[in-house]
Design a protein around this ligand. Structure first.
Ligand SMILES: Cc1ncc(COP(=O)(O)O)c(C=O)c1O
Length: 427
């Protein structure tokens, strides 16, 4: 057995402990809450992941869109190093002001078009948190508060409409309205107040509205739920339902926002502006966990006054420094545009492969967010084969291979992906 003292290069966090021992540590001492592929990653740079022997894998998962800017982007790393060296990264507490938070709030509020324009051109306000699910809960609180305060719904009776195959995170409230039984089985009592409607079914959404409905929460394109696009007219139909019935329309763009689908925000494909948006993952460029809820100033001020919310690390300086650099990278490097361009080329190649493959049921794509549903219903079989030939991808909803590389990739990586898909999808 290798002695733990064999760790080398400790200063860069890279150890020489063999892969099998690392896997053993994780399986012995860690919760088994993720199914794993047998790859131990020692270093990540740009779109590539490196093993102990220098083997490379192209990262076609990008941590579920958290690494849109590519791994360890020098601008984001540089900003973090400056903060650490300059002693302005440490958590202070939100009872005082910090310049990094002020700058981040301004940058992120202005990144999003005016949300909830029916509430006035008041600008947007931002509430920062850590993991994505926390900001989903902020959005749920916003809708419920609006229902109570503005619509006069009895507190405790508020209802929110959500959709089949939704994925909004893993805490009690979000699993409560997940349609996936294993996410919630045994974890009761669950949070009430949600109605699940078929994704894409406008009539169903209309029928689900009651006098107690306060909001609609939807992913403009589903990520974990099998990578389904909202059909044409679905989002604008929801917008109309929300307007007609005075509901808050909330978009969860944690996975599909920030350039992933070829636009800065997925909702721009249909030009439908929500009342609130949830962002996470790539907002901080893959180095610290940050999520935000953004809404019209009038709504934010209505719901969130002192004592109504809070988070020790939410909006702490190091996180804000990372976010400021991460947003700049998305804009300066035109990652949304690159996603649209590379995504279109890759989609063409995948459609060609699909036309010759007996394994492909459907291809669903927007920018560099490409799902390949397989006829067998077991996408992991193909993901394991892809791993063996230098490409990391995983499944979405079991039946779909998810291709979502960092948005920095160029045509050589597109060819690399297509060549490997050809190998595993054509017998
Ligand atoms: C659409 C969506 N919402 C919420 C979440 C939860 O984010 P987190 O895992 O950071 O809590 C995810 C994570 O994949 C997601 O894709």
């Amino acid at each position: 057995m290798t002695n733990i003292n064999t760790i080398k290069n400790k200063e860069i966090g890279f150890s020489q402990i063999p892969d099998n021992q690392i896997i053993d540590f994780e399986s012995t001492f860690g919760a088994h809450h993720y199914g794993r592929l047998g790859l131990v990653v020692r270093k990540a740079e740009g779109a590539w992941l490196y093993s102990i022997d220098g083997t490379k894998h192209l990262d076609c998962l990008a941590a579920y869109s958290a690494a849109n800017q590519g791994h360890n982007h020098p601008k984001i790393v540089g900003a973090l190093l400056d903060a650490l060296k300059g002693q302005y990264g440490s958590v202070i507490s939100n009872v005082v002001y910090t310049d990094s938070l002020g700058l981040f709030l301004k940058k992120s509020a202005n990144l999003v078009p005016q949300l909830g324009p029916r509430f006035g051109a008041n600008g947007n306000k931002v509430l920062p948190k850590n993991g994505g699910v926390e900001s989903v809960e902020t959005a749920v609180k916003m809708a419920r508060y609006y229902g109570w305060k503005a619509k006069g719904i009895e507190d405790g009776k508020q209802e929110i409409i959500v959709f089949t195959r939704n994925f909004h995170g893993r805490m009690i409230t979000t699993v409560s309205f997940s349609p996936t039984p294993k996410y919630k089985e045994g974890f009761g009592p669950l949070t009430p107040g949600f109605k699940i409607v078929e994704f894409g079914d406008l009539e169903g959404a209309q029928k689900a509205i009651t006098p107690n409905t306060c909001g609609i929460l939807v992913e403009p394109m589903q990520g974990e739920g099998g990578m389904y696009l909202a059909g044409e007219g679905f989002l604008s139909g929801l917008r109309k339902l929300a307007d007609d019935n005075d509901l808050l329309l909330l978009f969860d763009e944690i996975q599909v926002g920030l350039g992933r689908t070829g636009k800065m925000f997925c909702f721009e494909h249909e030009n439908v502006v929500p009342d609130g948006i949830i962002l996470g993952k790539a907002i901080s460029g893959g180095l610290v966990p940050v999520s935000i809820f953004v809404t019209n100033t009038k709504l934010m001020d209505m719901a969130f006054q002192p004592g109504k919310d809070g988070s020790t690390y939410g909006g702490y300086p190091l996180a804000c420094v990372a976010c400021n650099a991460a947003i700049d990278v998305i804009i300066e490097e035109k990652l949304a545009e690159n996603s649209a361009m590379m995504g279109a080329i890759l989609k063409e190649k995948i459609l060609d492969i699909a036309s010759r493959s007996s394994h492909v049921k459907e291809v669903r794509a927007s920018g560099l967010f490409i799902g390949i549903e397989v006829t067998s219903g077991d996408a992991m079989v193909f993901c394991r084969k892809l791993l063996d030939i230098g490409m990391l991808a995983n499944d979405s909803y079991g039946h779909t291979i998810r291709i979502s590389p960092p948005l920095i990739i160029g045509e050589s990586e597109v060819d690399y992906i297509a060549e490997r898909l050809e190998k595993v999808l054509i017998d």
